[in-house]
Design a protein around this ligand. Structure first.
Ligand code: CMP
Length: 444
């Protein structure tokens, strides 16, 4: 069984989408201009049904997710599900109606026909349009893409709207040619271009009136296209603004927040140097955390998901801190769930000697200086993967030294109550912490 998220399957889906698009564009053109499928178009006319046939077989071998989220890879269930959903459309799209129509008109088969050759050929040709239904597959594929994070969902939505508008405009233009708006003196391309021009000006409600309907059916067609145009126009204008602003929601929110902060500091005439510091802080926050504080988002999730995300988000710091190297998984999970992120600016004190200690800290990025209580000597410089603040927590005492960020620091802290829980459950781990605390205390 093939997993639907398998990367080869995804590449295959893209190939099938391209083939479907080609069919969606080419079939109506071939219907209205009735050209002979020779050269590259002839080759493609043979290849396309083969791709669709292969896709049909692939679909029989691709597992799916039930509405409850369960992955189903049972051959029989997969086949049943496929037969119930896409099989019929997919099977019809394999039949090369265009090739049959072409051979039919050219060969002796004509003599065997039970109907007038031209009527039969037209029925065959119209049946080729069934393939366009394959385009509906794209909805499912786009939904799957929106769940992946390679592009913003709003960007995909916008692309999807533009895609459908272009395809529909193409079909309407082909319909216009089919209704007789064709100048035999002009090549096919010129005729198509004029029809597309009429379609775009009508759909966008511009309608210059330089190409106008003459027969009744053309007038009815024009009215229908005008109505589609008005509806699509209203929908687009209504949604485009929100689609565009929401393309990068995180960035839009962040910009909004920065704007408010900047207005605030300007209004209160905060000195330029502090303004610059605030700006740098937000810049750092954006570049490193996309403007989000992890905990807000985690709060709403069920426990198991929260744990998975916490482990993933805190992977960096957990991997960097040697103390966690040999710790068991349960301990890591406990800690990952309770680590809180914080950012410190260059020169900022994280705490001062003599403060009462409520947290211990792990450095994810940047470095800090441990400064003696008399503020005269730098006793140590701690870097990525180091930790500090454990002495006051373990001894329930005051901070033995001051700690100051020497550059922008991404730090994770653990609160006293979490550490106390860990102390009870994992005595070995705490022994390691205590050993380090003793060593450090001796130096003081
Ligand atoms: P705490 O006393 O809670 O607050 C100050 C912290 O600085 C202390 O815990 C240790 O984690 C850390 N610290 C103190 N002395 C040293 C040292 N010599 N080398 C590295 N870190 C130290």
């Amino acid at each position: 069984m093939i997993h639907p998220h398998n990367k080869y399957k995804e590449a295959w889906d893209i190939l099938v989408i391209i083939a479907t698009l080609y069919i969606a564009v080419e079939t109506p053109l071939w219907l209205i201009f009735d050209y002979e499928q020779v050269g590259i178009i002839g080759v493609l006319a043979i290849i396309m049904p083969l791709i669709f046939l292969a896709d049909l077989l692939v679909c029989f071998k691709t597992g799916y997710f039930s509405p409850t989220g369960k992955y189903i890879a049972d051959t029989q269930k997969v086949a049943k599900q496929y037969l119930r959903t896409w099989f019929f459309i997919d099977a019809l799209s394999i039949i090369p109606f265009d090739l049959i129509a072409e051979y039919y008109t050219q060969t002796y088969l004509q003599q065997l026909a039970f109907a007038e050759p031209s009527t039969f050929v037209w029925v065959l040709k119209l049946l080729a349009l069934v393939r366009l239904l394959r385009l509906l597959h794209i909805f499912g594929i786009v939904r799957r893409w929106m769940q992946h994070d390679f592009m913003s969902p709003n960007m995909i939505r916008l692309g999807f709207v533009i895609f459908w508008l272009s395809i529909v405009a193409h079909w309407i233009a082909c319909g216009w040619v089919a209704l007789g708006m064709i100048n035999p003196a002009l090549p096919n391309f010129d005729n198509y271009l004029r029809a597309l021009y009429w379609c775009v000006t009508t759909l966008t409600t511009i309608g210059y009136g330089d190409i106008t309907p003459t027969t009744n059916i053309q007038i009815i067609y024009t009215m229908m296209v005008q109505m589609i145009g008005a509806a699509a126009y209203g929908y687009l204008i209504g949604n485009l603004a929100s689609l565009l602003t929401n393309i990068d929601v995180a960035k839009a929110n962040f910009r909004d927040k920065m704007g408010k902060v900047e207005n605030f500091v300007r209004f209160h005439h905060v000195p330029k140097s502090i303004q610059e510091e605030i700006h740098n802080y937000y810049q750092y926050l954006w570049e490193n955390r996309r403007g989000f504080s992890d905990s807000d988002i985690l709060e709403e999730l069920p426990h198991s998901l929260k744990l998975k995300i916490a482990l993933y988000l805190n992977k960096d710091v957990i991997e960097k801190v040697p103390l966690f190297k040999h710790a068991n998984r349960q301990l890591i999970s406990q800690i990952a769930l309770h680590l809180q992120p914080a950012i410190y600016l260059p020169g900022e004190y994280i705490f001062k000697a003599g403060d009462y200690g409520e947290e211990m800290y792990f450095i994810s990025h940047g470095s800090v200086e441990v400064i003696s209580p008399d503020e005269k000597t730098i006793m140590a410089i701690l870097h990525e993967g180091d930790y500090f603040g454990e002495i006051a927590l373990l001894n329930r005492s005051e901070r033995t030294a001051s700690v100051r960020a020497s550059e922008f620091c991404d730090i994770y802290y653990l609160e006293r109550k979490t550490l106390e829980k860990v102390v009870k459950q994992f005595p070995n781990f705490v022994q390691e912490l205590k050993d380090m605390a003793n060593k450090r205390e001796k130096k003081i």
